[in-house]
Ligand binder design. Structure first.
Ligand code: IPD
Ligand code: CA
Ligand code: CA
Length: 275
């Protein structure tokens, strides 16, 4: 399982406190993953709730989030919490905040495909410190962060050495939170440039695949922080470059997102913007 390297130390937090949180998050994401996997294996008994267009949830999502939320509230009562399924706690700038998607990839989860995960990210002083993304049905645990590297099941990972979208596969993320007009021009340009696309219903896993060098980039017109934050920490640890996701209140409102190895980033930025 993922090994912990030394954690970045930010104002307000000593190394010990950050390490403690990292270790806790690593154990917690696996505990939550086990709970969610139990629901996945008995998914014919789930009650599916339709939250909106192409947006499903079941008691697996809510109960997995409650487990994570309760454990964190007991261990770190001073920290804030933002998750997809429950109301956020009060948050003041400078406070530590846990950003959680109990199941990212709910559609594949409900439909019996394995591309789903539990995602936990931690931010402090406006900086994404670390994150962990666990795909129990694939037995893959990604973890990492700024200054601490990134790992997959404890082994170091790094972004691809590709220099162009022509040399690999790019994650083309889309959900009805944006509209086709915000996605299709970039998608067309990706294909025109000789790129290839991938989407498997979990933005968090798509981002981790960039971190692991499986994909050469990721773009999505609008994604929420709980989908992305844990994986963005892993991407940063693996040497990826990313757009300024936290600008314009991205933490609470979501934002567009581009992530890629530095050698490919500019090309994908051009593909998305049309510049
Ligand atoms: C969704 C997935 C999807 C992305 C959407 C997310 P959910 O999360 O990450 O890949 O395109 O923006 O909402 O609903 O499966 O937790
Ligand atoms: Ca999600
Ligand atoms: Ca979710």
């Amino acid at each position: 399982m993922a090994m912990r390297a030394a954690c970045a130390v930010r104002p307000g937090f000593g190394r010990t406190e950050m390490n403690e949180r990292y270790d806790f998050g690593l154990a917690l994401v696996q505990e939550a993953g086990k709970l969610a996997l139990g629901y996945f294996n008995a998914r014919d008994q789930l009650t599916i709730q339709n939250k909106g267009p192409q947006d499903l949830a079941s008691e697996a999502d809510v109960n997995t989030e409650l487990l994570i939320r309760d454990r964190l509230a007991k261990a770190f009562p001073q920290d804030a919490f933002l998750g997809e399924e429950t109301a956020p706690t009060e948050y003041t700038a400078g406070q530590g905040i846990w950003v959680v998607d109990p199941i990212d990839g709910t559609q594949p989860f409900i439909l019996g495909m394995t591309s789903w995960c539990v995602s936990i990210g931690f931010m402090q002083d406006g900086v994404i410190q670390f994150g962990m993304v666990y795909a129990p049905a694939r037995d893959e645990l990604f973890a990492g962060g700024r200054d601490i590297g990134a790992t997959l099941n404890g082994k170091p990972i790094r972004v691809s050495g590709a220099r162009s979208v022509r040399e690999g596969i790019t994650y083309a993320g889309y959900s009805p939170k944006s509209g086709p007009h915000e996605f299709l021009p970039g998608f067309t340009r990706l294909l025109e440039k000789g790129g290839m696309f991938y989407r498997d219903g979990s933005g968090a896993l798509g981002l981790c695949y960039v971190a692991a060098g499986r994909l050469v980039g990721f773009f999505e017109p609008l994604i929420r922080s709980w989908d992305a934050l844990g994986a963005l920490a892993v991407c940063e640890g693996a040497g990826a470059q990313r757009s300024d996701f936290l600008s314009h209140d991205g933490l609470f409102k979501g934002n567009s997102l581009i992530v890629a190895p530095p050698a490919v980033y500019g090309e994908i930025e051009g593909i998305v913007s049309g510049a």
